[in-house]
Design a protein around this ligand. Sequence first.
Ligand SMILES: Nc1nc2c(c(=O)[nH]1)N[C@@H](CN(C=O)c1ccc(C(=O)N[C@@H](CCC(=O)O)C(=O)O)cc1)CN2
Ligand code: GAR
Length: 217
Amino acid sequence: MSTPHFNLAVLISGNGSNLQALIDACASSALPNTRITHVISNRKAAYGLERAKKASIPTSYHNLVPYKKKHAETLDGAQVARAEYDADLAKIVLNLDPRPDVIVCAGWMHIVTPDFLNPIAEADIKIINLHPALPGEFAGAGAIERAWQAFQKGDIKRTGVMIHEVIAEVDAGKAIVTQEVPLREGESLEDLEQRIHGIEHELIVEGTRRTLATIKR
Ligand SMILES: Nc1nc2c(c(=O)[nH]1)N[C@@H](CN(C=O)c1ccc(C(=O)N[C@@H](CCC(=O)O)C(=O)O)cc1)CN2
Ligand SMILES: NCC(=O)N[C@@H]1O[C@H](COP(=O)([O-])[O-])[C@@H](O)[C@H]1O
């Protein structure tokens, strides 16, 4: 096999089914000459860590709680803790060898601040995120359920999935790829979630591919 030209670091917080889609894509022609060189989770119990280990991908666990405890008595402690956590997260990424070309947030449930984004941008590392909604809609956590509830109220007829660039404002970065998902009368939230997850698994690979294609070697 030719030496991979592109390195990915993947950030997760949970099951890791989107990470698995990327693992499988790197092993196929879907993401040629590309490898996942590190997985970072902010939750110890994230099953995605097991998926990474099964694929022999190095992992790191980086949790916010020790930072919150350290600054519990600090003025604006929550903000200071988050800033320190994010700065350390950037150091973890920048100390990786090989350094990633792209960081993929695949169910990463932590809002990163400029304390993370700025050092990453200075190192010319791109960062993208999977979000189960369309640009400008349902930003933040719980997007699928919020869209399903809006459909029940008759407010919308479709939702969607996007891969977008990560900026300080949550889920507001430039869309790289989007796909609309029509909503169906009588469909349960669970069934909608399954339908959307299937689309996510395809879009996270396509969004990563398009991002890698912009990298000048
Ligand atoms: N600065 C940015 N950070 C992140 C982005 C982004 O676009 N800009 N995307 C998110 C992913 N995400 C939605 O796609 C998202 C994840 C988590 C949250 C959130 O409210 N997190 C809470 C903690 C929730 C928890 O721990 O269960 C928080 O960070 O306080 C909103 C949106 C990744 N980060
Ligand atoms: N705001 C981001 C967000 O809500 N992401 C959600 O996290 C899940 C992660 O699943 P996974 O751990 O199985 O990949 C994804 O299905 C996605 O909808």
